[in-house]
Design a protein around this ligand. Structure first.
Ligand code: AVI
Length: 341
């Protein structure tokens, strides 16, 4: 099964991705209208007060590569800390599952975490479903996990689109869904709960969710993680403007925007902004949008909410999960929680 539309992003990946040795691994493009949606969403969000850009649009091929680089920065500890927890507790995490197991990962990125979990538990999956907006990420993930599963399905789409497809591609075994990397942190608390409920509704008795969430920590550590001295995060942030220029005919001058990261203690979240360094006009040809930006005016591009361990457990209970088991890295302040269904 293969769905492709005429948009620039779906043309990008039209056809089966090359994998000469196997024919049972495929990429399904869930939203052939993605490019039209990109144009509509950024046009709407750029006209809000304050102006915003949805953080999900960071992740084209270059944005994915920049995010992979961020994960290697000494100041951004989420990925290393989570991978260490996955490696150390792999067998405990998979302990409730006996016999064949299906896995699905929402926002799989390069697939390294899933690979780490299976490899350290010496486990092999019956079927793996990978869900990510980025085709570049899916390609990396598919290659990485292919040796550890009888069959891999890559779903190119949003979390919502992916979740609606997961039940259709189950293999008849218990399913462990992974939602890692503190991707939950990019949703406000109400939206995070709604997403957990949506995940719970997708799962069946005997299944489980493994959730990775970053914990609150001293603000100076967070500021370094989101405003690193090598300016990789600044490039990642500005890349969304480059993407609008390339894909939608935008006229953003990348030098005219400064990267700003700040800790919002009331909301317990890191925020990233792009701040206009001068009065300027920007146009987006695809939607005839004209923006007049004042000097110092900000475009809010991302929130990364931080949690306390008990809050994560409470959110799981509120979403209807049976109970949660947690593994915590106390030094980097990161938690993995397995919720049973
Ligand atoms: C993907 N997401 C969980 C990352 C975060 O920490 O919010 C994205 C990121 N933004 C800046 N650095 C990394």
């Amino acid at each position: 099964m293969f769905l492709a539309g005429g948009s620039e992003s779906s043309r990008h990946a039209a056809g089966r991705l090359s994998d000469p040795g196997r024919t049972d691994h495929e990429v399904l493009i869930l939203d052939p209208e993605a490019q039209a949606q990109f144009a509509a969403e950024i046009t709407e969000s750029l006209q809000r007060t304050p102006r915003e850009l949805p953080s999900k649009y960071f992740y084209d091929a270059l944005g994915t590569a920049l995010f992979e680089a961020i994960c290697q920065l000494p100041w951004y500890r989420i990925t290393r800390s989570e991978s260490a927890l996955l490696a150390r507790h792999a067998s405990d995490i998979l302990e409730p599952f006996h016999g064949p197991l299906d896995l699905a990962e929402l926002g799989c990125g390069s697939g390294t975490k899933l690979f780490t979990l299976l490899q350290h538990a010496s486990a092999r999956a019956s079927r793996i479903q990978l869900i990510d907006l980025s085709r570049a990420a899916l390609e990396m993930a598919r290659t990485q996990v292919a040796p550890l599963a009888a069959d891999v399905i890559a779903l190119a789409g949003s979390y919502e689109e992916g979740l609606s497809r997961v039940p259709l591609h189950r293999n008849g075994h218990p399913l462990l869904m992974l939602f890692l990397g503190s991707n939950i942190g990019n949703f406000d608390r109400a939206a995070a709960l709604a997403l957990l409920i949506r995940i719970r509704d997708t799962l069946e008795p005997g299944d489980a969710l493994l959730l990775g969430a970053d914990l609150t920590k001293p603000s100076h550590e967070l500021l370094l993680a989101y405003d690193d001295p090598l300016q990789v995060t600044a490039a990642f942030n500005r890349n969304v403007l480059r993407r609008i220029n390339d894909e939608l005919g935008g006229s953003f001058d990348l030098d005219g925007f400064a990267h700003r990261a700040c800790w919002n203690s009331r909301e317990q979240r890191m925020e990233m902004h792009l701040v206009s360094t001068r009065r300027q006009e920007v146009r987006v040809a695809a939607t005839d949008l004209v923006l007049e930006l004042e000097a110092g005016e900000s475009i809010w591009t991302e929130s990364s909410y931080k949690y306390e361990p008990g809050e994560i457990l409470a959110a799981g209970t509120a979403a209807g999960f049976a109970h949660g088991d947690q593994w915590i890295d106390d030094r980097a302040r990161f938690a993995l929680t397995r919720f049973a269904v």
